[in-house]
Design a protein around this ligand. Sequence first.
Ligand SMILES: NC(=O)C1=CN([C@@H]2O[C@H](COP(=O)(O)OP(=O)(O)OC[C@H]3O[C@@H](n4cnc5c(N)ncnc54)[C@H](O)[C@@H]3O)[C@@H](O)[C@H]2O)C=CC1
Ligand SMILES: O=C(O)CCC(=O)C(=O)O
Length: 426
Amino acid sequence: MITEAKQNKQSMYDTVLNQFNKTADLIDLNPNIRRILALTNNEIIVHFPVKMDNGEVEIFTGYRVQHNNALGPYKGGLRYHPTVDVDAAKALAMWMTWKTSLAGLPYGGAKGGIQLDPRNYSLSELERITRRFTYALGENIGPEHDIPAPDVNTNAQTMAWIADTYMSTKSTSERSQNQHVVTGKPVGSGGLEGRDRATGFGVYLTIKMLYESRGENLEGKTFIVQGFGNVGYWASKFLTEDGATLLAVQDAHATLINEKGISVEDLFEHSSPRKGSIKGFTGAVEMEPEEFFGLECDLLIPAALGNQITAENAYKIKAAVVAEGANGPTDAEGEQILLQQGVTIIPDILCNSGGVIGSYFEWLQNRNGELWELDEVMQKLEKKIKQVFKNVSNEVAERKTDWRTAAYIIAISRIETSYTQRGIFP
Ligand SMILES: NC(=O)C1=CN([C@@H]2O[C@H](COP(=O)(O)OP(=O)(O)OC[C@H]3O[C@@H](n4cnc5c(N)ncnc54)[C@H](O)[C@@H]3O)[C@@H](O)[C@H]2O)C=CC1
Ligand SMILES: O=C(O)CCC(=O)C(=O)O
């Protein structure tokens, strides 16, 4: 679990700007494009009232930050969490711009959400909050303009409420053309088979490919995962199915260890659907949260919040590979320490890109009135992630640099090329 001290150390916005500036210097980015990319295009803040179950009215604050749309419509998740604010949304939106560019998708980057703790609200309150948020955002989102998706504490149900609310603002004949205003919907409501597992699958596949590039495989590898939600669960499932052992898990409420291995399915059964926590699971024992990052293991997967690996704990990390399932889990100082220790970091914009690639498939499916089967989706996803991994791996080899730097060089150069080709910044 993160402590206040860790949270306040560096903001996610500091982290992403630091990464961007480093790359801009390295590739000698056109100064005008640099000025544009260092800023966000739009920062939308909405306040809206919602009637609670007890009849009282609460006012909520929602955010949508649209960083850049040089390569296509804005794309990125919506997060429901007490830490959501404009700076967090700015950082997460920038990461989306780099991620979609790296993956070669026709999208820009955005992110947003509502500052709240969903555990304090009933399901029907969350539905009303989501619907009012959608009305408040109005035409700031749209299927060809800005397409939200699930993120922390939001899911397919949240996306179904948004799609339904947004479509209800359109005339009857236009409704069906607006289904792709969000991705990550339930399969029965225009969602994509496999979008639920797409991010975790990408995390697994990039790890597997890294080991394979070193002549190794997952058999016998041990790993620990922070966050056991959508990303943490699916990544753990694929990894253990391929022979790796899950030693320890941490979520917002507990840290568990079992040196003989934790059963991913039993833990999932325990923690979902509505319990929402790993606490109380009998197939492992609780340990001190502060000791989590220092556990002996081959692989660490941060799959919760940003800025978790910092100067305070990076030196304790024993894993030789850190695979960033979460967005921005490693701050600049933490990264320096890890790199000095010889740790390989598979950066977020590569490692968790399976999610937005899956979202792109869903968007295409809705736009074209198609239905894709699970096998087809997983094959396409695998092909695309392998391509993106290969591109980054080649850049690492050519430049003799780390994986994040290589990924950023590809992502930012693509955007620069697009601006230059269009003659915007000579
Ligand atoms: N859902 C998706 O498709 C994608 C998610 N991501 C990123 O992956 C990360 C996790 O997202 P999801 O799994 O979707 O969220 P989720 O809401 O399904 O799960 C979040 C998990 O993190 C844990 N957590 C929250 N606060 C924590 C804390 N202080 N210490 C330890 N654990 C904590 C929660 O207990 C939960 O287990 C986020 O950074 C998100 O931006 C990235 C790409 C796509
Ligand atoms: O699926 C998407 O559109 C974006 C998911 C997301 O928020 C992310 O990749 O961080």
